[in-house]
Every structure is written in structure tokens, then in C-alpha cells.
Design a protein around this ligand. Sequence first.
Ligand code: ADP
Ligand code: NA
Length: 340
Amino acid sequence: EFKPLVFSGVQPTGNLHLGNYLGAIQRFVALQDSHDCLYCVVDMHAITVWQDPADLKRQIREVTAAFIASGIDPTKHIVFNQSQVSGHAELAWVFNCVARLGWLNRMTQFKEKAGKDRENASVGLYAYPSLMAADILLYRATHVPVGEDQKQHLELTRDIAQKFNNDFGPSIAANGLGEAFFPLPEPLIGGPAARVMSLRDGAKKMSKSDPSDLSRINLTDDADLIASKIRKAKTDPEPLPSEAEGLKGRPEAENLVGIYAALGAVPKEEVLTQFGGGQFSTFKAALVDLAVAKLGPIGAEMQRLVAEPDHIDAILRDGAARARVLADATMANVRDIVGF
Ligand code: ADP
Ligand code: NA
């Protein structure tokens, strides 16, 4: 039976948060019945900014644990870390030679992450999007579930695939590989939590690197911490509206309603039908209950799994071995196409 191929990744950079869960991991879980999936701990992306080696090793296991604890089945799908499959780096180099400087110059994430001291950013941070294109296209994946912040990188992936197919068109045909070698992968972005915002500032996305721990709910937070962060979450003085229209211009309220909808797998409208007209305190209490019920078991299972590093390492080794088979097949074709 044919199932479309999904690829996605999460960086092992610490502080896995509710945005990563709702924007990515929870959706990875939901795709498992209808798709063949590769879920990757993208450690080579992580080192585009400095990572302490001992922390990196621990965080690779922690992201793997989050995948498994959330319900990803590593026997039916492939869970692995990027650095263990050399094809990612090899294909990224080819793509560095396909992508144009002007394309990368437009990437807003580089500008945000490099900040003012751009001269001092790593070359890897700049070239990050061609490695991401390689991650996806190494498996010729067609569907990529990501948060809204990755939209521009996905568009670049499609541009790279298209330019490769065009530039090497005659060689692809001469090698008997059809007309287009790489598919143009589709982003799967959406739902009520495609962009989870900071709990302290409705204008900023929830992020691993926000210095305020109150800005995010971490997957390893216990029930008390989850409760206190939600109670302290910024809101405005108005009661909740009864219709989605009424959330316009109220980013903090919209964010909390979106989080409730995504955690409870219900439309935002339904959340507002239930809580509209009421006080925030009532809604927040219900959100605490829901968040604790949903995230509590995941956090506990993550703690249990990270206490068994050998077991996690075995899952990653097995996943890498299976990924390598697919990657090697693509790279053999790519070498023929390029003329190596
Ligand atoms: P981060 O952006 O937190 O550093 P990653 O780059 O590893 O983490 O992102 C992993 C996945 O989580 C990506 O699909 C990304 O789009 C998604 N993601 C990250 N932050 C958020 C957010 N605030 N809301 C929704 N999705 C998010
Ligand atoms: Na990101």
C-alpha cells in the first residue's frame, strides 16, 4: 500500500516547549497511520550556534524521548539523528552549489538568529536552509509538518528542488531517472497552534531561547509549574468573546484559546462557545486541567526514558541504519546525475 512520505525534524537545543509540541510533535504523531514517516533529531542544525558537547548529547536523547513519549512508534517509522547519516551533509553541499546567495540573503530566520553581529555568525547558520532542503529531499519526502516559522525555509526547499531538476534535467533523463528527480515537498502547516506565542508577550513566538522561563511551558515542567505559568500568562481585562472574530487584536487571548483548541483537538469556535462571555480565570483553570492531563504523562514518560540512555541510543542506531539505506540510494542517483 502506497503511503506518502513525511520528513520533519526538531533541534536538540534544550528547553523543548509547548510550541514544539503543538506545532510539530503532536502533528507528527497524528500522521503515523496515513504516512510513512522519518522523524529526525537535527543535531547538525543545532551546532550552527554553539552547543556544549555534553549538553548536546543529553539533548539529543531528550528530543528522542519526547518523540517516543508523545506516541511516535520507532518500529513502524524511522526515528534517528541527522549526524549519523552522512548523506545529509553530502547532499547539503550539492545544494549549496545549487542555491543562490540572493535566495539565502532573504531568509528572515538568519537575520533574527544572527542579530546585529552578523559578521560573527557561523557560515553554517547562514547555510542552514540548504541543509534543511537536503534533510527532506535525501528521502524524496513529499510532506513536511512544521510550525509557521519554517514556511520560508520550505519554500526555499522547493526552489532548490526545482532548480536541481532544471539544471540537471538532461542528466536526470540520460540516467533513466525520469523528468524530475526531486519532488517539490508540501508544507503541512496549520491548525490552531501553527504559531504558539510567548505566554508573556503576544507579539513574540514561544521559543527555546527566550530568557524568561515564564514565557514558555517546557515538556518537562511538572503540574505545579504548568499551573503557575498558565495562571501568570498575560491577558487583557476583557472577558473572552463568544466568536473567533472577537479575538482580533487580542493576541494573548487568541494564543490561549489556540493552545486549548490544539491540546483538546477541538476547533477554536467550540472553545469560545464553551468559555465565551466568562472570566479569564475560569478559562485558565480549565486550560490548566487540560494541559496537565495532556502534558503530565508525556513529561513523566520522558523522564523515565532519559534514565535509560542505552535504550534510546539503540532506537537511534536502528533508525539511522534504516535511514541510511534510503539515503544511500538517493545519493547514488545524485552522484550519477551530478557527474561525480
Ligand atoms: P525552536 O524554533 O523552538 O528553536 P526547532 O527549530 O527545533 O525549535 O523547531 C522544531 C519544530 O517546532 C519546527 O517545526 C518549528 O516550526 C516548530 N515550532 C517552534 N516554535 C514554535 C512555536 N512557537 N509555535 C509553533 N511551532 C513551533
Ligand atoms: Na524553529
